[in-house]
Each structure stands twice: as C-alpha cells, then as structure tokens.
Ligand binder design. Sequence first.
Ligand code: MLT
Length: 200
Amino acid sequence: MKHLFKKGDNTKPTLLLLHGTGGTEEDLLPLAERIDPEANVLSVRGNISENGLNRFFKRLAEGVFDEEDLVKQTNALHEFLEESSKKYQFDQSNIVAIGYSNGANIAGSLLFHHKQAIKGAILHHPMVPRRGITLPELNDVNVFIGAGHNDPLCTEAESKELAATLESNGAEVTLHWENQGHQLSASEVEAAKEWYKNNF
Ligand code: MLT
C-alpha cells in the first residue's frame, strides 16, 4: 500500500492515519502532530480509486458499502500492518488508528474483524461497518468516537449503535458530540487529544 512512515519514539503507540474519501496519506499528518508529536506515524493511502478519489474500500452508493470488498481490503490492511511493523520495527500490539470518515470506517472494520489489530482508535465520523457478524473480544481496546448530532452521513442513531456494539464486545468507548455535520472541527480534535492523553 502507498504510505509514509515517520519514525518516532518506540515506547509510544504508532499512529495509523487513515484519510477520508478523496484524501491522501498527507491529509491527517497535522492531526498526528496535534495528538502525539513524538509518536511513530504510519499513514496509508486507500487502495481503491472511485473516479480518481482514493478510498479504502468500494461502495455501492453513498453510505452503502460493498461488504465483500470491505472485508478484502480490511484483511489487506491488517497484513500491511504486520509487514510494516517488521519493516519499520515498531510494536504491532501498540497501534492507535486515527481515521476520518471512510478512513474511520476501515479502522472500525479492523476492530470488527481482527482481534488485537489495533490497541485504540480515534474514529472521526464513522459508520457501522457491518451488521450481523460476531465481533472479536475487544477488552483493553480504547475507542474515541467523534460524532455529529446533525451529521447527515453518520446519523446520531448510527453513532450510538456503533458505540454500543463496540462496548458490548468489551471495548472502552468515549462518544463525543459536535454540531458541525460531517465536518471535523478543531474542538473535536481537542477532545480526541484529551482522550488520548488520558488513555495512552
Ligand atoms: C464511506 O463510504 O466510507 C462513507 O460514506 C464515508 C465517505 O463518504 O467516505
């Protein structure tokens, strides 16, 4: 996968950055700088091109995921994390994902499909990646969800459903609310930073 890696302090988590639709591996670098400027950063570009827009998995329509592709790309990302941890010598059991929108959805999918793929996640405006499957046990996994009361894509109900699903499988979830639609606001980033400081 196309990516960039920035070496940091190996005693800290490695931040896995996952951009939104149409983004690149450069997009979330300022967020990593805000959250933990000393951490390793692995920032990945989505493998799928939708009319030239980078994404992490295919979709059938806005908000309707191609589940087969979602699973395929989630497995590919999981393998990429293992390869990268060897190549760049970071601790695979200490990864915290930071994703926005489509990137938050593939991070959510990692949690739904792979036990201990990530130790924590900051999910900015995620959706429920899949329904009707058994999740792995998520004890010791910490998740921050940044949601919008008025987010037209990730509704209030869906954000609560995601939090409840993760919690019922053992994750510790903080649900933070904003009123800025699907946008990522400075106050949401500050709340994520505070959450990270308290948990890692
Ligand atoms: C998705 O497809 O992951 C969601 O609709 C969010 C987005 O627009 O990327």
